[in-house]
Design a protein around this ligand. Structure first.
Ligand SMILES: *[C@@H]1O[C@H](CO)[C@@H](O)[C@H](O)[C@H]1NC(C)=O
Ligand SMILES: *[C@@H]1O[C@H](CO)[C@@H](O)[C@H](O)[C@H]1NC(C)=O
Length: 256
């Protein structure tokens, strides 16, 4: 009942702040979350880009991991994903579960060190998001899907290949509160097109992918975005996202 009282109190506060007029356009959604999740819930919206959280060498190791995993199959269209948590891998027009499909052989493709590097990088990204947004990192949880993506200029064959539509992550993936992207290849030398574009009312703001560059942002309507179509070459990235809701937490990917 203590918990209920707290909830009631927080929702009253939320109601008042709505009446008082939020300064932030995305506040409605955030206040809904605040009702149950103090300590992590976005109080501030925002976005940032940093080249100092992940080294280019680490990005190259992760890129080779992605290359090896995605070489096992891949979409017929231009956009393939590999989710090391669920095991989902694009294959033709569908997905397979690499852990089931390849069984023990997957140990020849990925090493324990690969998974350790993923965990380290995930932890550092979590820490920088917490620091930037003033959150308690222990109240943020990895959420699904977390996946490697490989995009080239081949035409889409299914909706899964259509990565370029403008979208809001909170709408597309209900559990996301903070989205991060770690780029594993360089715009301009590994591929062209494929830039990340925040679509703001007063103009677009573009992030040029670069191996080791991390871009992160609150996942709500304040950060509507799209990815430009890749025109040549191959673009690799990882999506690592966090939720404030322990019910949507997942553990780090691990070899079965
Ligand atoms: C894009 O990748 C697919 C594999 O998923 C490959 O079959 C295709 O040839 C590639 N397209 C280009 C233009 O390199
Ligand atoms: C932002 O990008 C969209 C889609 O690429 C485009 O339609 C729109 O005109 C751009 N807005 C501005 C202000 O440049």
């Amino acid at each position: 009942s203590d918990k209920l009282l707290t909830l009631l109190f927080v929702s009253l506060l939320a109601t008042f702040s709505l009446l008082w007029g939020p300064e932030d356009t995305a506040v409605d959604l955030h206040i809904l979350l605040l009702v149950s999740l103090p300590g992590c819930t976005p109080q501030r919206c925002g976005r940032a880009v940093t080249d100092s959280v992940v080294t280019r060498e680490e990005a190259q190791v992760l890129r080779r991991l992605a290359e090896r995993g995605l070489a096992l199959a891949g979409s017929e269209g231009g956009a393939s994903i590999l989710d090391l948590h669920s095991g989902a891998l694009s294959m033709g027009k569908q997905f397979v579960n690499i852990y089931r499909y390849f069984g023990d052989q997957i140990g020849d493709v990925f090493t324990q060190e690969d998974f350790q590097l993923y965990r380290d990088v995930r932890g550092r990204i979590q820490a920088v998001i917490a620091e930037t947004f003033g959150l308690d990192p222990t109240l943020m949880y990895l959420t699904k899907p977390t996946f490697f993506s490989r995009i080239n200029s081949t035409a889409a064959k299914t909706q899964h290949d259509e990565y370029w539509h403008p979208h809001i992550d909170k709408v597309t993936y209900g559990s996301f509160d903070y989205t991060s992207l770690l780029y594993l290849s360089d715009y301009g030398s590994d591929f062209s097109g494929g830039r990340f574009v925040f679509m703001d009312q007063n103009g677009n703001r573009t992030v040029e992918p670069r191996a080791g560059r991390v871009s992160f942002f609150s996942s709500g309507s304040e950060n509507l975005h799209r990815v430009e179509k890749v025109t040549w070459g191959t673009r690799y990235a990882i999506t690592v996202s966090f939720t404030c809701d322990p019910a949507h937490a997942i553990s780090d990917p691990a070899l079965p």
